[in-house]
Design a protein around this ligand. Structure first.
Ligand SMILES: [Zn+2]
Length: 257
């Protein structure tokens, strides 16, 4: 059952990753994610049904449009592979649980928002709120089936707590922390808080540690100016995933629950 869950989640990750590519491309442009069907951005011809297979289509088309040979961004297979890997790891960590749909949706949102943040330094409001709403509904469903309402309560408190901290930081200086990150903190507090308060603390520190290390490395390589804006949403997402992946063994070894 456990192995099956991981395999099914990995395959679901390939398909969801394919959809996330659409989200990453269209949401920042303010376009619908359901219609029209995917088309080549250069020759505008609609993709054939068989060209929609995650990763494999990109490989057998050798990364080019079937009609006009325009190169197809490597982002497409990369996002699909990344989503499959993250989904399989989340499934392995969360295990056979009613909460698994919530955590897969949570992870999918983190991937899409991170990618958009890197490319455009924004976290689109619409996407942040849809992500939050889906995670709220799925975690509430999981709580209602298992009657573990305490998890939802802790999650809600952590969401408000994290939001308040970021809101105050944004109020002090919007250049330190954009309002996109303030909105984004709600879903982070909720999803990690549902696991435990320790997961929230770990996610927060992991995010800032990863952000600090990456910034220092980029600075030393001369790829970052001192006043370059960094996509903080990526580090928040990386911290949240680190907390889900390593939180349980790490926190129990520290005896924090
Ligand atoms: Zn084309």
């Amino acid at each position: 059952m456990f192995t099956l869950l991981i395999v099914v989640s990995g395959v679901a990750g390939l398909l969801i990753g394919s959809f996330l590519n659409v989200v990453i491309y269209r949401v920042p442009l303010g376009l619908s994610v359901v219609s029209p069907p995917s088309a080549c951005p250069r020759c505008a011809r609609q993709l054939l049904f068989r060209d929609n297979v995650p990763v494999l289509s990109w490989l057998w088309l050798r990364g080019r449009c079937r009609f006009c040979a325009e190169p197809i961004a490597k982002r497409y297979p990369l996002v699909e592979l990344l989503t499959a890997t993250v989904f399989a790891t989340v499934a392995a960590r969360v295990g056979v649980s009613w909460a698994i749909p919530a955590y897969l949706v949570f992870a999918a949102g983190l991937i899409a928002l991170s990618w958009i943040d890197v490319e455009s330094l924004t976290l689109p409001k619409r996407l942040v709120y849809v992500h939050l709403a889906l995670v709220v509904v799925l975690l509430a469903l999981a709580s209602s089936v298992t009657h573990h309402w305490r998890h939802l309560l802790v999650g809600a408190i952590c969401a408000v707590g994290w939001w308040t901290l970021f809101f105050l930081l944004n109020l002090l200086n919007p250049r330190w922390l954009g309002f996109g990150d303030v909105r984004f903190s709600l879903v982070l507090g909720l999803a990690l808080g549902w696991l435990s308060f320790g997961h929230v603390v770990l996610g927060f520190f992991a995010a800032n540690l990863i952000g600090l290390v990456v910034s220092l490395v980029l600075l030393s390589m001369g790829k970052l100016e001192r006043n370059t804006r960094i996509p903080y949403g990526v580090f928040l997402s990386a911290g949240a995933l680190t907390s889900i992946f390593f939180g349980a063994p790490l926190l129990s070894s520290l005896a924090i629950h």
